[in-house]
Design a protein around this ligand. Structure first.
Ligand SMILES: N[C@@H](CCC[C@H](N)C(=O)O)C(=O)O
Length: 325
């Protein structure tokens, strides 16, 4: 039997598959097919935003490798909320509080934190590398090599935008509470995630509202998914943009709270020798343990009636915790 987990970070939900337990490793095509079927809301536990795949790492410092597959089958170089849950999974597997996990572009630090409440586990992860360079997003036809807090009339009148890779691509705008209520984020997210002249690989689009300089609200239309309850790399990128936009507020190295439709996280933006990186701290919740025979997962069309699902108490604990905060 194979064990899958259903997990979430700020209710950005995923299935988690540890490939090291399989007799027959999946091909990339099989993984994409599996991701599309598992995330479909009609199949199992209302679907999810993506699939997190854990595999063996051949990097000496890393205990495992994480791959992220979006609901539409596209591959992402990073996922902040996902890395927290993978980090917790690996911490429990290897009985270690501090780990390094290999991701598509970097080996990243993960560290278990004190529980936020009974059954609300918390994990801190490193978000890096950060780049504003056009080729790292990539973007084109904007007449610039970097887009940092600048107007882009092609995207929206009266807003400023920053494009930043952390290392997955994000487009961030700081907006008013009123603008947050409009359909603009959906329109822009949709436009930039189908063939478009500006972001050939698509982009995660986030609007950020400053509640005060210690508290932001961030909403994200994700590449390969659409609206999610939260996007960990999006909130990290938004925290960096916030710190850079208000240098007079000395926002580096300070813990700030970033709320989102699924709860909240905390971030700390760092600058070391001209390199930025962000610490992302938040819940790592396991909502279900799922068992299925390995051969069922290798089928082209998966029979979800063959899956045995056991729920945990963690989602209820998380919901109660969020209501109080
Ligand atoms: N939800 C994630 C980001 C997942 C990947 C993203 N959709 C992309 O394609 O870059 C997070 O928590 O960071």
């Amino acid at each position: 039997m194979v064990q899958l987990l259903k997990v979430h970070g700020s209710q950005n939900s995923f299935f988690l598959l540890d490939q090291t337990q399989l007799n027959q490793t999946f091909t990339q095509l099989e993984l994409v097919n599996l991701a599309k079927q598992l995330t479909n809301s009609h199949n199992l536990l209302n679907g999810a935003d993506g699939l997190l795949v854990v595999s063996q790492s051949f990097q000496p410092s890393a205990c495992a490798k994480m791959q992220v597959i979006n609901a539409d089958g596209s591959i992402a170089s990073m996922c902040g909320n996902g890395l927290r849950t993978v980090g917790r999974y690996l911490a429990e597997k290897y009985q270690q509080q501090n780990l390094i996990v290999e991701t598509a572009q970097a080996n990243l630090r993960v560290s278990c934190q004190p529980d936020w409440a009974p059954h609300v586990k918390a994990v801190s992860v490193e978000i890096s590398p950060v780049s504003f360079q056009q080729q790292d997003l990539p973007f084109s036809n904007l007449g610039k090599k970097e887009l940092i807090n600048q107007p882009v009339p092609e995207f929206a009148a009266n807003l400023k935008f920053t494009a930043v890779a952390v290392p997955n691509p994000h487009l961030i705008s700081i907006v008013s509470a009123n603008l947050m209520q409009t359909d603009l984020l959906k329109q822009l997210g949709t436009q930039l995630n189908r063939p478009n002249p500006y972001f050939p690989d698509g982009v995660n689009v986030s609007f950020t509202q400053i509640i005060n300089h210690q508290r932001l609200f961030v909403r994200t239309f994700e590449r390969g998914v659409g609206f999610t309850n939260a996007c960990g790399t999006g909130m990290s990128a938004a925290s960096l943009v916030h710190a850079l936009t208000y240098p007079q507020n000395s926002l580096f190295n300070n813990l700030i709270t970033v709320t989102n439709p699924g709860g909240f996280v905390q971030t700390i933006v760092h600058q070391d020798n001209n390199h930025y990186w962000i610490e992302l701290i938040g819940n790592a919740t396991f909502t279900h343990y799922i068992e299925v025979a390995e051969n069922e997962l290798h089928q082209n069309v998966i029979d979800f009636t063959k899956f045995k699902v056991k729920s945990t108490v963690e989602n209820q604990a998380y919901q109660e915790f969020i209501i109080k905060h």
